[in-house]
Design a protein around this ligand. Structure first.
Ligand code: MRU
Length: 348
């Protein structure tokens, strides 16, 4: 069972995903700044895992606060929230978790709790965010698993597995695990996911751990395998879903969705409601992270491209809602028109 981030009395524990699949090393992060750096530097990644980590980062930072003045305590919360919010722009779960922790603080303060009581309340709420995330993935696995046919191959992009969430299931890989749990025979084709190789390094590693058959391809092979009839469904995760059902996910997802449409293959998105941002009317409103050029020009220390060449390194793209067959959340399966179906899920 993979749980990539954990709370401990010594600090926040993170499985260092930068080293996978060749090394399994856990880091103990002792300050909120360490947690922010862990998110920014990709020790932990994947939208729900980033949210859980940010909640633990705040709980840790507040636990470390020394003093008795409530105004200073609250200033510290605001400051660390800003530091954490600057780590990664696209995954809305980050902002969702920070917002929830701030609301938990405000409620505890209003109830007249003292600093030491509030510290405990924040630790408990961060743990609750983590537990709720795992429970959401379990339900996504159940609902999504029902959409996958027996004897089928599912193509996925990036890593939307246990590593990318609070753990155990994952979103897209949760759907696959759910189908397997329901007794179906399912295999996976994993896009390697240039340039950061989450598919090759993480998805392949994760599925291997669970003995789910996985075949790795380069990103530019996905059209070919679809044309050959080797893919019965595509399932991906998301970093942010706009109110109209436009889906931001790892760069290359849009390309896969267009190909799936061309080949009449269902294109499913699996994500908890903490990934749905009703404040973003459409995908055009979602901020897209741009990353270091070196991820493209180099593989580790090996230079691939000429010195000084122009580079674009977009971390994410947006798949328009008309290419999305269904969005699977912990509340069930939402279908077009998403503006209504997603909003309804929030009201349930
Ligand atoms: O840059 P990353 O590795 O954080 O990007 C991760 C993804 O794009 C995932 O597909 C997404 O966060 C969903 S994770 C359940």
């Amino acid at each position: 069972m993979i749980i990539p981030v954990k709370w401990s009395d010594e600090g926040v524990l993170m499985l260092d995903q930068r080293l996978l699949p060749t090394e399994e090393k856990w880091l103990t992060l002792k300050t909120y700044n360490d947690v922010a750096a862990g998110i920014k530097d990709m020790v932990v990644r994947g939208a729900p895992a980033i949210g859980v980590s940010a909640a633990y980062g705040i709980a840790l930072g507040m636990k470390n606060f020394v003093g008795t003045n409530m105004v200073d305590f609250e200033d510290e919360l605001d400051y660390m929230s800003e530091v954490l919010a600057k780590t990664r722009p696209t995954a809305v779960n980050l902002f969702w978790a920070i917002d929830r922790m701030k609301k938990t603080f405000a409620k505890a303060k209003e109830e007249g709790k003292n600093i030491s009581e509030i510290k405990q309340v924040l630790i408990e709420d961060a743990k609750a965010i983590h537990d709720e995330d795992i429970e959401s993935q379990r339900l996504i696995a159940k609902f999504g698993g029902e959409l996958i046919e027996n004897d089928s191959t599912v193509l996925t992009h990036c890593n939307a597995g246990a590593l990318a969430t609070g753990g155990v299931w994952g979103t897209a890989l949760g759907v696959i695990r759910g189908a397997v749990d329901q007794g179906k025979k399912v295999s996976v084709i994993a896009d390697e996911t240039r340039p950061y190789l989450q598919g090759a390094r993480l998805t392949a590693w994760e599925l291997n751990q669970d003995d789910i058959p996985v075949t790795l391809i380069t990103d530019n092979m996905s059209g070919h395998v679809m044309k050959k009839g080797r893919v019965q469904a595509v399932v991906v995760g998301s970093d942010r879903i706009a109110a109209n059902g436009d889906v931001a996910n790892k760069i290359g997802t849009y390309m896969v969705a267009v190909l799936a449409h061309r080949h009449n293959i269902p294109f499913y998105v699996a994500a908890p409601l903490s990934t749905v941002d009703l404040n973003c009317p459409t995908g055009d409103d979602i901020p897209i992270e741009e990353r270091d050029r070196r991820e493209i020009t180099h593989v580790k220390d090996v230079q691939l491209a000429p010195e000084g060449i122009g580079v674009s390194n977009y971390g994410f793209d947006v798949t328009p809602n008309e290419l999305v067959t269904a969005i699977i959340t912990e509340k069930g399966v939402a279908r077009a028109p998403y503006t209504e179906s997603l909003r309804k899920q929030f009201e349930e």
